[in-house]
Design a protein. Structure first.
Length: 156
């Protein structure tokens, strides 16, 4: 196993334990993260994982297909959880892509079917509008607002 494969195993094992501090420790200080809901950098990434880990009481995570060399890596992971806003069960299948710097994650991009996710998480609204840029932008705005409120509540 390469050092970067070991890093990704540590990252996902910490995620399985909902150990947001362990996850954050895997990122370079100048890291960037992107998925359908978030576009973050630096410390915001650790804050996002903290929010998701603390709120995801029934989160179950599996991972596999970790491959990495000195520059880049990839993994596949599945998350099963209840979407808090609707109480609906979600099974999200994600393909992750990474780059590395100084033995840490420098860029992290998670890809998944937004339409599939929205059908599960949002029900009929997701079924009808999940393919539209409008709904994705609405979800992104809501996710960023949630992260900002979470940050404010932790600073108080």
């Amino acid at each position: 196993m390469t050092p970067n494969e070991e890093l990704l195993h540590r990252f996902y094992q910490a995620f399985q334990r909902r150990d947001h501090a362990g996850m954050a420790a895997c990122y370079h200080p100048e890291a960037t993260f992107e998925d359908a809901a978030f576009q973050l950098q630096g410390r915001q990434i650790g804050l996002m994982w903290r929010m998701l880990c603390e709120r995801g009481k029934d989160l179950r995570l599996t991972f596999n297909d970790i491959h990495a060399d000195e520059q880049q890596g990839r993994a596949t992971w599945d998350a099963r959880y209840t979407f808090a806003q609707t109480g609906r069960p979600v099974h999200n299948h994600i393909r992750a892509h990474f780059t590395f710097q100084d033995g840490l994650i420098r860029t992290h991009h998670d890809e998944f079917s937004f339409w599939r996710w929205s059908r599960q998480a949002l029900g009929p609204v997701g079924w009808l509008l999940g393919w539209t840029p409008w709904l994705q932008k609405k979800v992104q705005a809501s996710a960023l607002s949630s992260l900002q409120k979470f940050q404010t509540s932790r600073a108080a």
